[in-house]
Design a binder for this molecule. Structure first.
Ligand code: M6R
Length: 611
């Protein structure tokens, strides 16, 4: 949440910062700001998008080779020009950008007010800027020491970059709980909350760890702990290409990412599935298969779409590996005093790898002695670093706030894990294992076929774009798909939508059905096909509008539903990977037709680093 960018070197900082903010805008987009350190320091802030900031700055001075920028997702204080970052300290000595939450900001603020400090914003970040300045001025210490001492008094999470006007040759960056990456160039450094603003300048990066403080001059970087112990920076090679973060001719990142799913899934199993389909190799789990085989139970923790992938995982692990699974919202798990056994295996699923609730839930599980595994998309993020072992999805950067290819890549990983575990536990024979792997490898080309329904889906979207409610139904493996379809629609088109197991309809939601209500039903041919056909009849008997996602050639449902969208035939445990595609496209088209900002829906941010 919120995007940070910083530059120090010989180039003009402004173009680098504004482009960086555009790349980071998916992290937060209610206001943005830039500060440039020069003979005359300038600070520009603007409510709204980065483009509004750019318009505001246009024609004004942007000179300077050192600068910081921020795009905000509001926590403390409404989105407006005053609360936007960067924040200047009271005596204008420091300028700060910050992600995260300073939990004891109110107490610190009261103390600073007693010392004569005045505040212009409602933010916790301004408190931090003033605290640093107060320590700097009263203690007559260096900017670096003032930052470290201030951070030692802070409770909460931060990723921050600080500029000091008295020491205009450096930027100071620090991290606790909120990610920061430093790009290492020739006589220049780049700082950002993720690598997307950095990749076009350098592929050498340093990921800061919690409690790291970096003092960065244009040709020197010193890394230490908050307690002043020297650290050796570990420079890593970035595995990211600039093409992956461009729209590549698509109107929106979400649409591009929907279309990238065949590749994302292939990349996720490439090199892991043996060519003759006889085995699956997941290097990151090498050390923990024993724990998985002996696990009393698997607990899956996640949020949002990743939680829906986790539900598919529950069905997969229980059906194939015959191990009990519980799927928990991280935010509930972390606070509800769950019972965790030391022989439980916990699997945390997260696209970003930075979701605050999932990180906190991981820490609780680790404390209880459970083995904690991660399924994550962003390499080097906090979750893969905090888990005992794990598997990366290789979906590539997901920029659209609505998660699409991350979901199918997560389900792919869960499928591989469940099948391998089942085979290791002798719950499925080698032959069955091999034929199930073969089916999985056919999914990318089947998704290509499913994507061909795009025009038809667009036509259906035009008919129902003005609906105020929608119901999504599915059974078995397709129940999580119903939940995911409903989440996609509500988050980008702001239409109220609910997902239900189809059989639950009779226990309440059926009362909502009338001739205005579109009911989207995932109804491919599987073991509960006859039952879902009955559910469709129940809806039609009440004049509901049925949009059914069916197996190609299904004439039965075609004869009942108002619209059918076909997907290729597949075993039922793989059906989520196909049936979710039309639901993603339907939401996309509805949102576009309603004039919504598809990639940056209101109030949301891509990675939710606050609880
Ligand atoms: O990065 P994570 O997978 O941990 O994020 C979890 C949710 O915030 C995320 O899936 C969210 O629900 C998406 N906007 C859904 O499209």
């Amino acid at each position: 949440m919120c995007g940070i960018v910083g530059y120090i070197g010989d180039k003009q900082a402004y173009p680098i910062l504004i482009k960086g903010l555009q790349r980071l805008e998916y992290r937060g987009y209610d206001s943005a700001g830039i500060a440039l350190l020069n003979k005359q320091t300038v600070l520009y802030k603007q409510k709204g998008k980065v483009s509004d900031l750019e318009a505001h700055i246009s024609g004004r001075t942007t000179d300077g080779t050192i600068g910081i920028g921020h795009t905000r997702w509001a926590t403390h204080g409404e989105p407006n020009n005053v609360n936007a970052h960067p924040h200047s300290s009271f005596n204008n000595k420091f300028i700060v950008i910050h992600n995260g939450i300073i939990e004891n900001y109110s107490m610190l603020k009261t103390k600073l007010i007693k010392r004569g400090y005045k505040f212009s914003s409602e933010t916790d970040t301004e408190v931090l800027a003033n605290l640093i300045e107060f320590i700097y001025l009263t203690g007559k210490v260096t900017a670096e020491l003032a930052v470290r001492l201030a951070l030692s008094k802070v409770v909460g999470a931060y990723g921050l970059v600080v500029m000091c006007k008295d020491e205009p040759d450096k930027l100071i960056a620090a991290r606790k709980g909120s990610p920061l990456v430093i790009g290492v160039g020739q006589g220049e450094y780049f700082i950002a909350s993720d690598a997307t603003p950095i990749v076009e300048y350098t592929k050498s990066v340093i990921y800061l760890n919690d409690d790291d403080v970096a003092v960065i001059k244009k040709d020197e970087l010193k890394l230490k702990t908050i307690d002043n112990e020297d650290l050796t920076p570990k420079i890593q090679e970035l595995d990211l290409d600039i093409g992956e973060i461009d729209k590549m001719g698509f109107d929106h990142f979400m649409l591009k990412e929907i279309y990238e799913q065949p590749k994302a899934i292939s990349d996720t199993f490439r090199g892991r599935v043996r060519k003759d389909h006889s085995d699956i190799h997941l290097g990151g789990l090498h050390e923990v298969w024993d724990d998985l085989e002996k696990a009393r139970r698997i607990i899956i923790i996640a949020c949002g779409t990743s939680w829906h992938a986790g539900l598919v995982g529950e069905y997969l692990f229980e059906e194939f590996a015959r191990v009990p699974v519980e799927v928990e919202y991280s935010s509930e798990f972390r606070y509800r005093k769950p019972i965790i056994f030391s022989d439980d295996v916990v699997i945390a699923i997260s696209q970003s790898g930075e979701t605050a609730d999932t990180l906190a839930a991981i820490r609780i599980a680790k404390e209880a002695g459970a083995k904690v595994l991660g399924i994550c998309n962003v390499v080097g993020a906090s979750i893969p670093r905090e888990t005992d072992a794990g598997v990366y999805t290789h979906a590539g950067p997901e920029i659209g706030v609505a998660s699409t290819k991350a979901f199918t890549a997560q389900v792919t990983v869960l499928t591989m894990m469940a099948l391998k575990l089942a085979n290791k536990k002798n719950k499925i024979s080698d032959d069955k294992f091999s034929s199930l792997i073969n089916e999985l490898t056919l999914i990318p080309e089947k998704i290509e076929i499913a994507l061909k329904a795009n025009k038809e889906i667009e036509r259906i979207a035009a008919l129902y774009k003005d609906s105020t409610n929608a119901l999504y139904l599915g059974r078995g493996f397709l129940f999580p798909v119903a939940l995911e379809g409903a989440l996609k629609l509500k988050e980008i088109s702001y239409i109220h939508a609910e997902g239900y197991p189809a059989a639950e309809m009779k226990h309440g939601p059926i009362a909502l059905i009338d001739e205005q209500m579109p009911i989207i039903i995932a109804a491919t041919k599987d073991s509960s096909y006859e039952k879902i056909v009955s559910n469709i009849q129940e809806v039609k008997a009440r004049k509901g509008i049925v949009i059914a996602v069916v197996t190609e050639g299904d004439e039965t449902i075609k004869g009942m539903a108002d619209h059918v969208i076909e997907v290729p035939e597949a075993p039922e445990h793989l059906a989520p990977l196909l049936t979710v595609i039309p639901l993603q496209l339907l939401s996309y088209h509805v949102a576009v037709m309603r004039g919504c900002n598809v990639d940056q829906p209101r109030n949301l941010a891509k990675s939710v680093t606050v609880e």
